[in-house]
Design a protein around this ligand. Structure first.
Ligand code: UD1
Length: 390
């Protein structure tokens, strides 16, 4: 049997891999193993997601932990090289844009192992964003570029990547959301927190550009304080953000801000229960921009750009930047009843994992014949270094 190795490392990876892992397991045509780099290691940043998503524990855990970008990327590379040498995968599957994604792709390409990148083609066009570097480089060296929306295909073509490497498969993270939504709504999360449906806002902040810069972070927290003066705001605090709040001595004043509730990072189901019934989401997360679009909940993205423009063009997302005055105005407008309506993008339908599993089989020489002449070149070739596109 041909073998696929999935690489996960950080929180946003888990909900992307779970549906692919499940689909491969159901189809039973490929062997697969799950490798966790340990980039995220806290129970609340990692373990709880495996339970909530019904994903088996990782087959291999590398425990690389935190560090500078170079340290973290290098540690993942050193450990993965040993894993790839002993496991001899036929395909390495990576998702998203975290340091573990790029590290895995770099090791695989140099060992002549084909790579599939899920969530390929997203671009913020902001080179100061570490994730943008991870995206561009991972795409450049991946054999299969699996995209969530047509704008991503266009970005890849513009960069000169061969169309036969690109497949529009839809948004795999939405598979996890749709599969978990009912279960999440049965939880007593709102009741336990004394909240009413559509009567509160949810905030997440963790981007380095927002939380590492004292002035930006202070401005964002002041805008948040304004929102909290109008309705309760639940703010599950990412470890990076908690550290910065403590360093800047802002903890006590935030704890005293009326309406604002700082809580620990939440599990997948609990958080979905919260976001799916919120009046407003205030965030710098990439995934939440997509989730709120599917849930039909207004989202204010407190960043200067987004790599997910479809959530603005079709969905409920507004990119409002980091100026507190502008954020307050945008929040007031929504809370005064002027909500942006949206629709769900095509192929964000809960079946992306299945499409990806089928493509992996075809790529590895199993399954049906390719549909188009251009596809035959990539799908019928025996994967290996001599067929690598770079
Ligand atoms: C990483 C990703 C980012 C993603 C985010 C989701 C990169 C470059 N960044 O950012 O794209 O949106 O994950 O959460 O890969 N920490 C803990 N416990 C943990 C993990 C981290 O306390 O389980 C703390 C450590 O102090 C660490 C800091 O958080 O230094 C940052 O972690 P890191 O993995 O470097 O980046 P994130 O900010 O989490």
């Amino acid at each position: 049997m041909k073998k696929v190795l999935h690489i996960v490392g950080a929180r946003p990876n888990f909900m992307k891999v779970a549906p692919i892992h499940r689909a491969i397991s159901e189809r039973d045509a490929l062997e697969q193993k799950l490798v966790h780099t340990g980039q995220h290691y806290d129970v609340k940043m990692s373990d709880v997601f495996f339970t909530d998503l019904g994903m088996p524990a990782p087959d291999i855990y590398l425990g690389v932990g935190s560090g500078s970008h170079a340290e973290q990327t290098a540690k993942v590379m050193l450990e993965l090289e040993k894993v790839f040498a002993s496991e001899k995968p036929d395909l390495v599957s990576v998702v998203g844009d975290v340091n573990s994604t790029l590290a895995a792709a770099l090791v695989a390409v140099k060992m002549g192992i084909p790579i599939a990148h899920v969530e390929a083609g997203l671009r913020s066009f902001d080179p100061a964003m570490p994730e943008e570097i991870n995206r561009v480089l991972t795409d450049r060296i991946s054999n299969l570029l699996l995209t969530p929306s047509a704008d991503a295909d266009a970005n890849l073509i513009r960069e000169g990547l061969e169309p036969e490497r690109i497949r529009l498969v839809g948004n795999v993270m939405i598979d996890s959301l749709l599969a978990a939504r009912e279960k999440a709504l049965r939880l007593s999360t709102l009741e336990d927190m004394g909240l009413n449906a559509r009567g509160y806002a949810v905030c997440t902040l963790h981007r380095a550009s927002n939380v590492d810069d004292a002035q930006v972070l202070t401005g964002l927290l002041s805008a948040l304080g304004h929102v909290a003066s109008r309705l309760p705001v639940v703010f599950p605090v990412h470890p990076r953000t908690r550290k910065r709040i403590a360093e800047l001595g802002l903890g006590a004043s935030l704890e005293r801000t009326p309406g604002l509730r700082l809580v620990d990072p939440m599990g997948y189901l609990e958080f979905l229960a919260l976001t799916s019934q919120a009046r407003l989401v205030f965030t710098d997360s990439g995934g939440l921009q997509e989730e709120t679009t599917v849930l039909g909940i207004p989202c204010l993205t407190v960043r200067e750009n987004t790599e997910r423009p479809i959530t603005v063009d079709l969905g409920t997302n507004l990119v409002v930047g980091t100026d507190p005055v502008r954020i307050r105005q945008a929040a007031d407008r929504i809370l005064d009843g002027y909500e942006k309506k949206g629709r769900v993008p095509d192929l964000w339908d809960g079946r992306t994992g299945e499409r990806i599993a089928r493509l992996y089989e075809e790529f590895l020489g199993l399954g049906k014949a390719p549909r188009r002449a251009t596809e035959s070149r990539i799908l019928s070739s025996t994967p290996g270094a001599e067929h690598h596109p770079v």
